[in-house]
Design a protein around this ligand. Structure first.
Ligand code: SME
Length: 164
């Protein structure tokens, strides 16, 4: 199935249904992130790196649970697409990573990327969800809409998790 023919919206609906069941009552943030990374990565053939960078204070991100080849271990808020999402607290939809100033190439095969902040209802940044694709312009506003809704739910569910 190609990126074009995939019915993204119904695929996201399936994933959300599974995640709602898997994460019901879960309070452990690490377990939550690991489960989300796994389910998203398995569901979409154009997701080649799928995971989280955690906000650990001092404007620093540290890698969290992910699927794919190894990611950079830490990223400061002034670097890369992840840093921009953390700093601006806004989704970064990047159709061509080569055109993004300061993009961090953890993998040379990455062509496009989306990074969505995970914010608590009070606006505290818990993490960013980073998805990289080897396909150019792999992500659309449909991905953005569904990933933002998922991240909003995570931010609310894990707002008071003791481990960040
Ligand atoms: N490309 C990201 C870095 C993280 S990895 O690709 C896994 C960025 O520019 O922030």
């Amino acid at each position: 199935m190609t990126t074009q023919t995939l019915d993204r919206a119904s695929r996201y609906a399936d994933v959300r249904q599974r995640l709602d069941a898997l994460l019901a009552g879960e309070t452990d943030w690490i377990s939550g992130m690991a489960t989300v990374a796994c389910e998203l990565h398995q569901a979409f053939p154009y997701f080649h790196w799928t995971g989280f960078y955690r906000a650990v204070g001092d404007e620093q991100l540290r890698v969290g649970p992910y699927q794919g080849t190894h990611g950079c271990l830490h990223i400061s808020f002034d670097r890369g697409v992840c840093g921009a999402a953390a700093r601006q607290q806004q989704t970064q939809l990047v159709p061509d990573v080569e055109a993004f100033p300061g993009h961090i190439a953890c993998s040379s095969s990455t062509r496009s990327e989306i990074v969505v902040p995970v914010l608590t209802p009070e606006g505290e940044l818990l993490a960013v969800l980073d998805v990289d694709s080897n396909d150019p312009a792999a992500f659309t506003t449909t991905d953005q809409e569904h990933l933002e809704a998922l991240c909003a739910q995570l931010g609310a569910q894990f707002a008071s998790a003791p481990v960040r």
